[in-house]
Design a protein around this ligand. Structure first.
Ligand code: GGG
Length: 365
């Protein structure tokens, strides 16, 4: 039986357009080779900083209603010089993640074959972990304000408050434990800075201990963010699932992606696990204005985000086939410049499609 999926596409800014187009080509090829299992209907929205230039807003004011009626959102990147970064981020990406309560952001740190890591450990140890980012509150709650500018230069004050709710902490920590149950090493590392942040992050630590008691088979550790950033570099083999607040996990996942070879490789899923709202899949990297439009951006992060989307749509076999195709391509040496190669976006994309065809021909998946 054929399954048809309505996918909203928001390429956004900079290299977002290039890598999302690459991902769509790959997913279309996968659908064509699926023997009628799946079909995608793409609904593209031109929202982003160019849209802002014409409309004064980052997305259609009715945009959330339009997105609600889809099975998933495939998102590129946000951020361009014509719009202040906080305006573009809150006007588009955060507008969607917050309103659609996409509270779980998973960011796998994958060490792909043929990709050189700056970590010496990567040569001998089998590395790989998942960063679970709390995606709805914490430091990104958007609470605060600016005041007293009227007192003259140098006297303005700003308050930015982080929000930690017991329910918000519990749902993301439980999500991390459930994820750990399916991993070879069932372990969850919780990251805070609760020695300095004595309210919200102490609450997080307490919830972590309480939830951990429900998972006796899962090893745990609770680590301060400064120590965890050192651990990413010095003891990465000890990591399996790392759960942290919105800001800390954002930073740590960038560090993890760089350690795996490049931010261009990293995939992510912004999930509303209850499925009240569509979930959103995007490469971890941003719009990269320095290389936009040159045809050299790495499409792997966007393509791998497509694999996470396939999982979410209930197509795990197709997701694994796509991940295997990516691995075959990185192993073969067809790589973009950020990972030491000379191939362009199109060449890597075509190679992934060819690898998919090869597995279809070989009967795999
Ligand atoms: N594709 C990811 C992206 O566009 N990121 C832009 C950015 O600045 N994100 C901030 C965040 O994820 O908190």
């Amino acid at each position: 039986m054929e399954q048809s999926f309505r996918i909203a596409v928001i390429p956004g800014d900079g290299i977002g357009g290039e890598v999302i187009a690459a991902g769509q080509q790959v997913l279309e090829a996968l659908a064509r080779g699926s023997g009628g299992t799946c079909r995608f209907e793409w609904i593209e929205y031109p929202w982003g900083s160019a849209y802002y230039a014409g409309h004064g807003v980052m997305m259609d004011p009715k945009g959330l209603e339009l997105l609600q009626d889809t099975d998933a959102i495939y998102f590129g990147a946000v951020g361009w010089e014509n719009v202040p970064d906080h305006t573009s981020l809150w006007g588009l990406r955060l507008n969607i993640t917050q309103n659609f309560d996409q509270w779980a952001n998973i960011r796998p740190v994958k060490f792909l074959p043929g990709i050189q890591s700056p970590l010496r450990r990567a040569d001998t140890a089998d590395l790989g972990w998942i960063v679970v980012r709390e995606n709805s509150e914490g430091e990104y709650a958007g609470l605060g304000g600016r005041n007293l500018a009227g007192r003259g230069p140098g006297n303005e004050v700003a308050v930015q408050t982080a929000l930690f709710t017991e329910a918000g902490c519990e749902r993301i920590i439980r999500f991390a434990f459930d994820l750990a149950l399916d991993r070879t090493v069932p372990k969850v590392s919780s990251v805070t800075k609760s020695n300095a942040q004595q309210y919200g992050m102490v609450l997080w630590d307490e919830v972590f201990r309480r939830v951990a008691a429900d998972y006796p088979g899962v090893e745990t550790e609770s680590i301060l963010v400064d120590a965890m950033s050192a651990k990413f570099v010095l003891q990465p083999e000890s990591l399996s699932v790392v759960v942290a607040s919105n800001l800390f996990a954002d930073i740590l996942s960038d560090l993890g992606s760089a350690l795996a070879g490049s931010l261009g490789l990293a995939a992510s899923a912004n999930l509303n696990p209850e499925r009240r709202f569509p979930s959103m899949f995007e490469p971890v990297h941003g719009s990269a204005p320095d290389i936009a439009g040159r045809g050299i951006s790495n499409p792997v992060g966007a393509i791998a985000s497509g694999a996470l989307m396939l999982d979410h749509l209930g197509l795990p076999g197709e997701a694994r086939r796509l991940e295997q195709a990516i691995e075959a391509v990185t192993a073969s040496g067809i790589r973009t410049r950020d990972v030491g190669g000379s191939a362009g976006t199109a060449e890597v994309t075509e190679a992934v499609i060819a690898a998919l065809r090869a597995t279809a021909a070989g009967g795999a998946g």
